[in-house]
Design a binder for this molecule. Structure first.
Ligand code: HEC
Length: 186
């Protein structure tokens, strides 16, 4: 009997505690969710998923283009990247009067591919992509371009990074990366 009373008492006090904690939490939420803060956050949100068509001359087969795609695929940014970047790709960019490392794709964090070091397996293995996907007619060049530009068109719940809609890369750079994926590799 005594233990039952004790139990009831502790349930009551726990629920009182919970109620007051909720009130405090609500105050905190109100303070954080001021319209001005919401506006600032909104600016950081990614634009809606966008469908793209490949620009003319996108996949020219140019060796420098493929080399740029390869460099972007395997590196995180211009500061961490080893070696000289291929023609047409910078390691650092200037914004205003500030020089900062250029952000690359780091696709290797999620995808394996020929020559990858420490590749992740969150995304599908892209080794032999030309043979298994392009030549086998499972995928088109346009599909690969769209996937890299904005993967949300194909899969709205994708875990892959958005590369063109986000402004991370230019159309030419998306072409470079696409050219690399679909190229014959040694
Ligand atoms: C955070 C992990 C992640 C990163 C980083 C990432 N991907 Fe992906 N990728 C995925 C996943 C997961 C898929 C599977 C389909 C989906 O969810 O969109 C995918 C699918 C793909 C496909 C389609 C393969 C096919 O034919 O089915 C290509 C091509 C591709 N990624 C290229 C890239 C390139 C190029 C980069 C770098 C610019 C990159 N990915 C960066 C996770 C990633």
């Amino acid at each position: 009997m005594k233990s039952k009373k004790l139990l009831l008492g502790s349930i009551l006090s726990v629920s009182i505690l919970a109620t007051s904690a909720n009130a405090a939490d609500q105050k905190l939420i109100d303070a954080v969710e001021q319209p001005s803060a919401a506006e600032i956050i909104k600016k950081d949100f990614l634009k809606p998923a966008q469908k793209y068509t490949m620009p003319k001359g996108c996949l020219s087969g140019d060796k420098d283009s493929i080399a740029r795609g390869e460099f972007i695929f395997h590196n995180l940014n211009g500061k961490k990247a080893k070696g000289t970047p291929p023609k047409g790709l910078a390691k650092f960019i200037t914004k205003g009067d500030k020089k900062k490392p250029k952000q690359y794709g780091n696709c290797v964090a999620c995808h394996n591919i020929e020559g990858a070091k420490g590749a992740g397996n969150i995304g599908p293995d892209l080794t032999n992509y030309k043979k298994f996907f392009i030549d086998a007619k499972t995928r088109t060049h346009a599909y690969v371009y769209q996937k890299i530009a904005d993967p949300r068109i194909d899969n709205e719940n994708t875990h892959m990074t958005v590369n063109l809609t986000s402004g991370l890369f230019t159309e030419q750079e998306i072409c470079d990366i696409t050219a690399y994926i679909i190229s014959e590799k040694k």
